[in-house]
Design a protein around this ligand. Structure first.
Ligand SMILES: [Zn+2]
Length: 414
């Protein structure tokens, strides 16, 4: 079948009708609706000369064998957040399937390189708070001991939820076998932010995924009666945290793509009649450049000490989580830029703030690149998530061009 971006759009709508309700997509990993989405996807493979299996981490693999065993991987995720959108993750998988159909058609079932479509298991981490679960098993960066005991809101353990879907967490390391012959990885995704819409551009080359420093910052002051404690004698832990919440904006603004967010602040004792004795603030800092990230981290620490002193408080930091910036492959960035230019006459390069499975694949040493398509209103993880249909058609075409160029690149660089 020749490439049909309209079929991709129709299939996305089909999946939406099957796995959404009035609040949006409900394809949360390890639930019945997610399994239904995967069953639907498997039904689309009928008549194609492909091999289909789930690996020991629950990743869903479709392989079209080529003349060479060297494999071009195209990936995404059918899982969604609760009340999610119709495109996040699914677009990538369904567009990848369309590209596989085109290769099947053009090369009568045997393309020059092997083409593999992967639907990663539990990209979102929506139920157990562990994102990129399946792709981390593939990449060998999994954290089984910490993950198996995670529980969902109903107290169900992660390892039990996986077992119900036929996945044994102890077998996760075996998913690494899928890395065999993997020569390149491509991932299309909606932007999930407002940048491309503001620039009036349909598509972008993704330079890489930003590194993240995520810390819990605790300011210690003195709980005191809010009626009897004069202003000059207070040791108000919230005042110090509040100053920091404003300062991180200045710290981020020195760099074009950097972001800093204080997304959570808790006060203790947290009553209206007491000066805040203790304040816990969660800080998330991101940038693609490791030096910028390190500088922002340092500056936030220095600022927190300064504000603690001003408010007669003390401060301590503890790391919640971090990941290094992942830069995508330079040769593939160029191929991606050319592909976008061919279909849209435009080109633009930008980093990704959100993490994606592509980051894990890249960490495994496989040359990787992503492309973004514009998101309307910059909204995602919500039922109003949307992209113009002409842009959806363009992104399928761009992914298809990129796949052909990358296949040729694989053969040249074998
Ligand atoms: Zn996604």
């Amino acid at each position: 079948m020749p490439l049909s971006p309209q079929r991709t759009i129709a299939e996305l709508k089909e999946l939406r009708a099957l796995t959404s309700n009035e609040n949006g997509a409900q394809r949360v990993a390890w639930t019945d609706t997610w399994l239904k989405a995967r069953e639907w996807f498997a039904s689309k493979l009928q008549g194609l000369p492909v091999e289909h299996h789930y690996d020991p981490a629950g990743n869903n693999w479709v392989t079209l064998s080529g003349a060479s065993e060297s494999s071009l991987l195209l990936g995404g995720h059918l899982d969604s957040v609760p009340n999610g959108g119709w495109l996040d993750g699914s677009l990538n998988v369904i567009a990848a399937l369309e590209v596989l159909r085109r290769f099947t058609d053009e090369f009568r079932g045997q393309p020059p390189v092997t083409i593999r479509v992967v639907d990663w298991a539990d990209e979102e981490g929506a139920r157990f708070g562990r994102s990129l679960l399946g792709s981390s098993a593939f990449a060998g960066t999994h954290s089984i001991a910490a993950d198996r005991v995670r529980t969902d809101r109903d107290g169900i353990k992660l390892e039990d939820a996986l077992r119900r879907c036929g996945v044994e967490i102890d077998r996760f390391p075996e998913a690494a076998v899928e890395r065999k012959n993997a020569a390149a990885y491509l991932e299309l995704h909606i932007e999930q932010g407002p940048v491309l819409e503001r620039l009036n551009l349909p598509l972008a080359v993704v330079l890489g995924t930003k590194g993240v420093e995520r810390h819990l910052i605790t300011f210690h002051g003195q709980e005191a009666h809010s009626g009897s404690t004069p202003m000059q004698h207070r040791r108000d832990a919230l005042a110090a945290a509040a100053k920091l919440a404003l300062e991180i904006r200045n710290i981020a603004r020195k760099h074009p793509d950097a972001v800093c967010t204080m997304g959570s602040v808790k006060t203790f004792p947290g009553i209206v009649t007491a000066v805040v004795g203790r304040c816990e603030a969660a800080l998330d800092q991101r940038d693609l450049d490791p030096q910028v990230l390190a500088q922002m981290f340092r500056e936030a620490q220095e600022a927190s000490r300064r504000f603690a002193e001003e408010e007669k408080c003390t401060v301590e930091w503890s790391r919640i989580w971090n990941i290094e910036p992942i830069a995508f492959h330079p040769a593939l960035l160029d191929l991606c830029e050319r592909s976008i230019h061919e279909v849209s006459g435009t080109s633009y390069r930008m980093p990704s703030g959100p993490l994606h499975d592509a980051a894990e694949v890249s960490r495994a040493g496989i040359p990787t690149v992503m492309l973004f398509v514009q998101s309307l209103r910059g909204i995602s993880h919500n039922k109003i998530e949307d992209t113009r249909e002409d842009h959806l058609a363009l992104c399928v075409q761009a992914l298809d061009r990129l796949a052909s160029k990358t296949a040729a690149w694989i053969l040249e660089n074998r």
